[in-house]
Write a protein that binds this ligand. Sequence first.
Ligand code: DGL
Length: 262
Amino acid sequence: MHDAPILFFDSGVGGLSVVAPTQALLPHAPIVYAADSAGFPYGIKSEAEIAARVPALLGRLVERYRPRLVVIACNTASTIALPAVRAALDVAVVGTVPAIKPAAALTRSRVIGVLGTEATVRQAYVDDLAARFAGDCTVLRHGSAELVRLAEAKLAGAAPDPARIAAVLDGLFGQPGGAAIDVIVNACTHFPLVEAELARAAPGVRFVDGGPGIARRIAALTQGQAWPARPVHRAVFTRLGDAERDLAPALAGYGIEAVEAL
Ligand code: DGL
C-alpha cells in the first residue's frame, strides 16, 4: 500500500497546477499524472461527450495503477462528471471546482471574474457556487479555449504572446461592469500555469485557483498513511505523439521522468 500512487487526471497538462501544491505538502507521494491527450481539449466538448468519456477512462486508469486516491484535476470534467466518476470507482475521488468562495473573501469591489473553459462557465454548478458563496457580488464569466492552448504551448516551450493574453482577459474586462473586476478565478487548471502572464496583463488584479485547497484536502484524506522514501512518478497519455513528448522537460520539472501510453 505505501507505494500506491495518487492519480491526477486532466485533459492535458493543466493538472500540474494541482500537482505542484500537492508535492509541496506531500513530497513523498508517488504520482501518476494521466492526461487524456486523445480527448483534448475538453472545454469545447458537449456535456454528453465528457460524461461518457471520463468515467470510462478513469475506470481503466484505476485498474492499471491501483491508486490510493484519484484527483480530477480538471474543472470541466469535475463540474460535469464528478458524481458519475464517484459512482463508477471504488476509490476516493477529489474533484476541482471553481474557487469562487475564496474569491468572494478577497474582492473589495465585489466584482469577480471567472475564467474557465466554455464548458465550465456554462454549468449550473457555477451559478450555484456564485449564489451560495458570492451572493452580494457580480460574477462575470468568460470561457477561453485559446488560453488552454497557450498554457499547453508554454509547457512545450513556446512563450505566450502578451497580446493574445490581453485579448483573452478582455473577454472579462470588456463586459458591462467588467472594469471593476479585482479578483479573477482561474477556473481551469491550465490557467495557473500562465498566471505570471495573466498578472502582467492585469496589474492590481488578484488571481485565485483551487490548487492549494485541493492539496490540503488530499493531505487530509491521506493523513497517517505511509509513503515510500523514494517515490517514483510517471505520466500516462491516452495518445503519445510528438506533442506529448515535447512536454517531457516540463514534466521532469515535477519529478515525472517516466512517460507511457494508456
Ligand atoms: N484543464 C481543464 C479544466 O480545468 C480543461 C482544459 C481543456 O481541455 O479544455 O477545465
